[in-house]
Ligand binder design. Structure first.
Ligand SMILES: [Zn+2]
Length: 130
């Protein structure tokens, strides 16, 4: 018997204690970055800056500008949505944020940031046109 394919399930555990506020924020509709008094900003957030100081939490608000996106037409079999989806990178002041969009975005368009829970119960970053 020839095995043509088999299912591969990966499950990773990563320490999130010091960035727990990020994950809790998603549940409250907030997306956080971290900033340091030296001027560095981090998204995804980091608890420690390269300069050695601890960072502080700042909510990402306002409008971002779409810098890049991809439209995914080849949907994985295990994927919760049946249709085309988009992964977008938008710049909000000093950080670039990757998220999902259900809308047909274009580079240079303005988007707002929000969070949504997917069908599997995972909170994700989303963008909507302004
Ligand atoms: Zn710093």
């Amino acid at each position: 018997m020839i095995v043509e394919s088999r299912e591969l399930k990966l499950k990773n555990r990563i320490p999130v204690t010091r960035i727990a506020k990020y994950w809790e924020g998603l549940k409250e509709g907030k997306v956080f970055k971290t900033v340091c008094k030296c001027g560095m900003s981090y998204y995804p957030p980091k608890a420690d800056c390269v300069c050695g100081n601890q960072t502080e939490w700042v909510e990402i608000v306002g409008e971002g500008i779409v810098e890049s996106f991809t439209v995914v037409h080849s949907i994985p079999a295990c994927f919760e949505w049946g249709g085309v989806y988009r992964i977008v990178i938008a710049k909000f002041e000093d950080v670039r944020v990757m998220g999902w969009s259900e809308e047909d975005v274009k580079i240079g368009e303005r988007v707002s940031i929000l969070t949504k829970k997917d069908a599997s119960g995972i909170w994700k970053v989303w963008f909507e046109k302004r």
